[in-house]
Design a protein around this ligand. Structure first.
Ligand SMILES: [Zn+2]
Ligand SMILES: [Zn+2]
Length: 287
């Protein structure tokens, strides 16, 4: 193991479930999840043009994106959803309460002329060759969700922007091959840092953000023999550092004797990470 900063790579089209964090953090989030060259963007929290540029940097064109799926209405997750939906004429999936809020968050044309399709937590839906199972998460938004995403062979657990990992979230993420989890802040840095007191309390609340230690505890709980990769995301630029987030989860992996088995990566705000594909491909679903 050791700390390897993510870097853009250009692997061939992957037949397996893959994930690529294009941007991660409070200034904007966008994550590509696909299989066999087609998939979805989970959140478009940067300008649509910047997300397209970052997709290109990892060897993916916007034509690979069959839909946008939104976790919640905060601006760092929805800034470019309307523009992306209009420009590429793909559906944008979000819960109904989320849609109502997004209309007020987005300036200009908002969601006008966008094919918005509602989903409900707990009710799976299919898009882009993937099955997505949304699960309620705990965050100060209208109806925030995480996802379990599967291509029929491998599964990915996706959970950012959550104050704590509830029982339903843990169950939704259990047994997956790939994990993308929030590791937002170092608790000491947050308390001793420059944020105003009410904001510190909000972040630490059950509707705030997951700390490095809470994320590490969640990884320890979810650890199983076939877990391949954990990507840590939504790091606070003020109250965290990649090495602190990495070390917190690396410690629990070492403690569990799994450091050599699980690849641990940290997603970045300023650049796309590498494309990570599951070893479990549709052609060989059993091992
Ligand atoms: Zn966020
Ligand atoms: Zn949020």
């Amino acid at each position: 193991m050791g700390y390897h900063p993510p870097f853009p790579s250009h692997p061939p089209r992957s037949p397996a479930l893959e994930i690529c964090a294009l941007a991660s953090g409070s200034k904007g989030n966008a994550v590509y999840v696909g299989s066999d060259g087609r998939g979805v963007l989970v959140d478009v929290g940067l300008a649509a043009g910047e997300v397209e540029r970052r997709l290109g940097a990892v060897g993916l064109g916007p034509d690979r994106v069959a839909a946008v799926v939104v976790t919640h209405e905060h601006r760092d997750h929805v800034r470019g959803v309307g523009a992306w939906g209009r420009r590429y004429r793909v559906p944008v999936y979000m819960t109904e309460p989320c849609r109502c809020r997004v209309e007020t968050v987005l300036a200009g044309p908002g969601l006008r002329n966008v094919d918005v399709r509602p989903f409900e937590p707990g009710v799976p839906f299919e898009v882009g060759g993937l099955e997505l199972r949304p699960v309620d998460s705990c965050h100060d938004a209208a109806e925030p969700v995480g996802f379990r995403i599967s291509d029929g062979a491998a599964a990915l657990g996706f959970a950012t922007d959550l104050g704590f990992a509830s029982h339903p979230v843990r169950e939704a993420l259990r047994g997956v091959d790939l994990l993308y989890l929030e590791s937002n802040h170092d608790v000491d840095r947050l308390w001793n840092g420059p944020y105003p007191w009410p904001l510190k309390q909000r972040i630490r609340s059950r509707h705030g953000h997951l700390s490095n230690d809470a994320c590490a505890e969640l990884v320890a709980d979810l650890l199983h023999p076939h877990l391949e990769t954990v990507i840590l995301g939504h790091l606070s630029e003020t109250n965290n550092e990649p090495r602190l987030a990495f070390e917190a989860t690396a410690r629990v992996l070492r403690h569990a004797g799994a450091a050599g088995d699980v690849t641990l990566l940290v997603a970045r705000q300023d650049r796309p990470g590498r494309r990570v594909a599951s070893r479990r491909t549709p052609r060989e679903p059993v091992r």
